[in-house]
Write a protein that binds this ligand. Structure first.
Ligand code: GRF
Length: 214
C-alpha cells in the first residue's frame, strides 16, 4: 500500500525536489498527494507542477489571524488524508492546534545541529560562534519552535573564511541527502515517535542520533 505524503513549502523547494526525486526513483514508498505553499510565488510550486503533483496555495496574507490560517491549512491538508506531513522550508510558526493534530507524523528539516541554533540565521550564528562543525537536523515537530525530537542529522566542517552563504550551500547539499532517507524510514514505519522519543526499528534514538558526516 502506498501512503499519502503532503509537503508544505514557502520557497525554492530544493528539499521538495530531493523528495520528489526519491519517490520517482522508488526509494520512498508513498506518493506525494499535494504540495501546499503559503506563498504564491514559491518556486517549489513549479517543481511540483513539472512532475504533475497537485499544488495548492493558501496565502497567509489573506487571513486575519494565525489560528484562522492554520485552520484552513488543516482543512486542506486533511483532504489528502496524509500519513506524513512534511515541512520543507515552510516559513511559518504553527499553532499548537496544528502541531497536535499531526503529532507523530509531522516532520521538519532545520539547518543546524539541533539543539544548537533554533530559529533563523543559523549559518551566520555558527560561524560567529567559531564552531568547527555545522549541519542540519530532521525532527518531529512539537509546539516548541525547532525544538522537537531529532532523528537524523548531517554535519559539515566550518571552513576558515566561510561566509554564511557558502556554508548554507554546503549544508543544503547534505539536507538533500538526509531528508529523503528520513522520509523513507518514516514511510517504512522504521522511524516512529514513541512517548515523545524517536525510535528506529524499535530502538530509542535518544543520545544516539544517526548522523551523516562529510
Ligand atoms: C532549508 O535550508 C531548510 O533547512 C530550511 O529552509 C530551507 C529550505 O530550502 N527549513 P528549500 O526551499 O528546500 O530549497
Amino acid at each position: 500500500m502506498s501512503g499519502s505524503i503532503v509537503i508544505l513549502i514557502s520557497g525554492s523547494g530544493s528539499n521538495l525536489q530531493a523528495i520528489i526525486d526519491a519517490v520517482d526513483a522508488g526509494e520512498i514508498t508513498g506518493h506525494i498527494s499535494a504540495v501546499i505553499s503559503n506563498r504564491p510565488e514559491a518556486f517549489g510550486l513549479e517543481r511540483a507542477k513539472n512532475v504533475g503533483i497537485h499544488t495548492e496555495v493558501i496565502d497567509h496574507t489573506g487571513y486575519k489571524s494565525r489560528e484562522i490560517f492554520d485552520l484552513n491549512l488543516i482543512r486542506k491538508i486533511d483532504e489528502f488524508e496524509p500519513d506524513l506531513v512534511i515541512l520543507a522550508g515552510f516559513m511559518r510558526i504553527l499553532t499548537p492546534d496544528f502541531v497536535r493534530r499531526y503529532s507523530g507524523k509531522l516532520i521538519n528539516i532545520h539547518p543546524s545541529l539541533l539543539p544548537k541554533y533554533q530559529g533563523l540565521h543559523t549559518h551566520k550564528r555558527a560561524i560567529e560562534a567559531g564552531d568547527s562543525e555545522h549541519g542540519a537536523s530532521v525532527h518531529f515537530v512539537t509546539e516548541e519552535l525547532d525544538g522537537g525530537p531529532v532523528f537524523m542529522q548531517a554535519s559539515v566542517p566550518v571552513l576558515s573564511g566561510d561566509t554564511p552563504e557558502a556554508l548554507a550551500q554546503r549544508v543544503l547539499i547534505q539536507e538533500h541527502k538526509i531528508f529523503p532517507i528520513a522520509v523513507k524510514w518514516f514511510m517504512q514505519g522504521r522511524v516512529q515517535l514513541q512517548n515523545g522519543t524517536p525510535h528506529l526499528d524499535g530502538v530509542s534514538l535518544e543520545g544516539n542520533i544517526p548522523r551523516l558526516t562529510l
